[in-house]
Design a protein around this ligand. Structure first.
Ligand code: AMP
Length: 282
């Protein structure tokens, strides 16, 4: 596996592969890889001749009081995991290599970015759209994979790719979980023992919400209020950032549940802000 830190070198290599007729798969990550990330790699490995994994903690998608400076990292471990899962090239640029002084061009996120995570993280999706566009320009992928854990991000990227005619197929990968149901996340490393023991309650609440909706609860406000009360009772150390029920493609809140919906939550537990979601088919 080749390790590249220089964006221009990555682009040269990937353009050369494309001119030889090779297809390229891209797995973008912020590093500190876990089984959720490697599932993304396993998903696209059979769909491409060359697989690029990127590790980049993108400053542009972090707000002022977020965890940019403390985000966990383990370059050596990440290299071993990416290589074991078939990466041909690992791209790990420094922030100033990706954003030259005076960087001033941004890809604005579509309206899908206004609710859920967009409320408490107002610059987040502009940063995501910009860095994903840059990674697509550099790695020239024919296929790229994103996790459904960040469902809103996946929906935004699909819309951006459609709206801007980007020649790349986007694949969504289901959420990989711990045996107790907690969605894998690099940020789980922030949890104390007590917080970690309570954190599966996030998923349990979503499953119970789904059961209520399937059993006939159709008023979204009532369903959300129920989950809020459930979290208050079962997750006292969790501070709910949002609980919402939205259209899964357009990411707009629904009032009456009359078709498939996405229930999505963000809960702060100590230093960690954990997100999770569940697709509910009625
Ligand atoms: P991150 O490093 O957290 O930015 O995540 C990089 C990619 O991995 C994103 O597309 C995430 O949605 C995806 N991802 C992270 N955790 C999981 C998980 N538990 N299951 C599936 N995909 C995940």
């Amino acid at each position: 596996m080749n390790i590249i830190t220089d964006p221009q070198e990555l682009q040269r290599q990937c353009l050369a592969w494309r001119s030889e007729g090779k297809t390229i798969g891209l797995t973008p990550t912020m590093g500190y890889l876990h089984a959720g990330h490697t599932a993304l790699m396993d998903r696209i490995r059979p769909k491409c001749d060359r697989m690029v994994v990127s590790l980049f903690v993108n400053p542009a998608q972090f707000g002022e009081n977020e965890d940019l400076s403390s985000y966990p990292h383990d370059l050596e471990g990440d290299c071993a995991k990416a290589e074991a899962h078939g990466a041909d090239l690992l791209f790990a640029p420094a922030p100033d290599a990706m954003y030259a002084p005076g960087h001033a061009t941004w890809v604005e996120a579509p309206a899908l970015a206004t609710c859920l995570c967009g409320v408490s993280r107002p610059v987040h999706f502009r940063g995501v759209c910009t860095v994903v566009t840059k990674l697509f320009q550099l790695a020239q992928p024919t296929v790229a994979v994103f996790g459904e854990k960040d469902w809103q991000q996946l929906a935004i990227i699909r819309r951006m790719v459609r709206d801007l005619n980007m020649p790349v197929e986007i694949i969504g990968q289901p959420i990989v979980r711990e045996p107790d149901g907690l969605a894998l996340s690099s940020r789980n490393a922030y949890l104390t023992k007590t917080e970690r023991a309570a954190a599966p309650g996030i998923r349990k609440g979503l499953l119970a919400l789904r059961d209520r909706v399937v059993a006939g609860q159709r008023d979204a406000a009532e369903a959300k209020a129920w989950l809020k009360a459930e979290y208050a009772a079962t997750l006292p150390m969790g501070e709910v950032d949002y609980i919402d029920i939205v259209d899964p493609a357009d990411i707009v809140p629904v009032e009456r549940i009359s078709g498939p919906v996405l229930a999505a939550v963000a809960v702060r537990m100590g230093k960690a802000r954990l997100i999770d979601n569940i697709l509910i088919e009625v």
